[in-house]
Every structure is written in structure tokens, then in C-alpha cells.
Write a protein that binds this ligand. Structure first.
Ligand SMILES: Cc1cc2nc3c(=O)[nH]c(=O)nc-3n(C[C@H](O)[C@H](O)[C@H](O)COP(=O)(O)OP(=O)(O)OC[C@H]3O[C@@H](n4cnc5c(N)ncnc54)[C@H](O)[C@@H]3O)c2cc1C
Length: 157
């Protein structure tokens, strides 16, 4: 039986799982993501920050997509090493996962241009996890739009 390992659990991984299941209904599929809420719509990160939508409204695709496609999902874990010879990937929790076929779908990182004074904007709104981390640092007793203002002022947007 083929064992598929996918790093990243977002749009790329969802498309890959759909494609795999079209040709291989019974292969084992494992998806690993360092994030805990997946998959979700990144375009809606701004609306999440402004308080217009909550975490649960962000997900896209079918509810229970992973279960319906018999995918084992390892959340909150980061792939740290890929060993192509041994066909295994090490995760940051000490676990090692073997695979027959590996897909790296870790997305991309925004480029922050070198502009004087931009050091404060060391932060880009590319994931809900990162936004939640920053929101956790914002004053808790403030309404959402004040917290968003705080975020923009302190981290850039
Ligand atoms: C604010 C914003 C607005 C956008 N708006 C639009 C839009 O309007 N239209 C449009 O078409 N596209 C838009 N995009 C782009 C779109 O979201 C991306 O093209 C799409 O999410 C890419 O999917 P992906 O699966 O390749 O990667 P991603 O969605 O980036 O997912 C990759 C996942 O892999 C995880 N990961 C990375 N490294 C590791 C590792 N080592 N171990 C485990 N997990 C790892 C990441 O944390 C992430 O969860 C937007 C993006 C952002 C940030």
C-alpha cells in the first residue's frame, strides 16, 4: 500500500488529497501542519482580525474533509528534516514518519522589502496562528477594532 506524506495542510494539501483519492482510494495519507486550524481561507484573515468572522467561519471545503478522505492529520507539528535516501521526515516533536511519496506543500513566506524604518513590520498577516499569537499580546480589555489598531501600530499590517 502506498503511504503518502503531505507537509502543509492548506489549499495545496486539500487539492492533493482530492487528486490522490481519485486514483487511490485505499492508500494511507498523512498530513502534517505546524498550524492547528486547517484548512482555512487566508483571504479572510483581515476579516478575522476586524472581528467580522470568527475562527470557525474561516474553514473552506467540506466539513470533516480529512475524515471523509481517511486522512490522518498531525496538527501543531513542524517538519524539520527530510531524509530522501531513507524516505522519512522528522517532526519537531521527535516523531519520524516514513513515506512512499512525499509532497511538500508548505506555502510561501512574504518578502519584507528593505526600507528604512520597516524593522517594526517584522510581522506579516499570512496566517491565523501568527495573528492569534500577536492578538494574545494586544491589550485584552479592548474591543476588536482597538486591538486591530494596536496590531497595526505595533507590528505593521
Ligand atoms: C492575507 C492573504 C490573502 C490572500 N488572498 C488571496 C485571494 O484573494 N485569492 C487567491 O487566489 N489567493 C489569495 N491568497 C493566497 C492563497 O491563500 C495561497 O495561494 C494559498 O493559501 C496557498 O496554499 P498552499 O497550500 O500552497 O500554502 P499555505 O496556504 O501557505 O499553507 C501552507 C501550510 O504549511 C504549513 N507549513 C509550512 N512549513 C511547514 C513545516 N515545516 N511543517 C509543517 N507545516 C508547515 C504552514 O504553516 C501553512 O499552514 C492570499 C493569502 C494571504 C496570506
Amino acid at each position: 500500500m502506498t503511504k503518502y506524506l503531505i507537509i502543509g495542510a492548506s489549499a495545496g494539501a486539500v487539492g492533493a488529497v482530492e487528486g490522490i483519492r481519485e486514483i487511490d482510494p485505499s492508500g494511507e495519507i498523512i498530513v502534517v501542519s505546524e498550524e492547528r486550524i486547517v484548512p482555512y481561507s487566508r483571504p479572510a484573515i483581515g476579516e478575522y482580525l476586524s472581528g467580522k468572522v470568527d475562527e470557525t467561519s474561516l474553514s473552506f471545503g467540506l466539513p470533516h474533509f480529512w475524515e471523509l478522505n481517511h486522512v490522518k492529520v498531525e496538527l501543531g507539528k513542524r517538519a524539520v528534516t527530510v531524509n530522501l535516501q531513507e524516505k522519512k521526515v522528522d517532526l519537531d516533536d521527535g516523531q519520524s514518519l516514513n513515506y512512499s511519496k512525499l509532497l511538500l506543500a508548505p506555502g510561501a513566506k512574504p518578502i519584507v522589502p528593505k526600507i528604512e524604518g520597516i524593522e517594526r513590520t517584522e510581522y506579516t498577516p499570512s496566517s491565523i496562528s501568527k495573528m492569534q499569537m500577536r492578538l494574545g499580546e494586544a491589550p485584552e480589555d479592548q474591543p476588536n477594532h482597538h486591538r486591530r489598531w494596536w496590531l497595526n501600530r505595533n507590528c505593521g499590517s
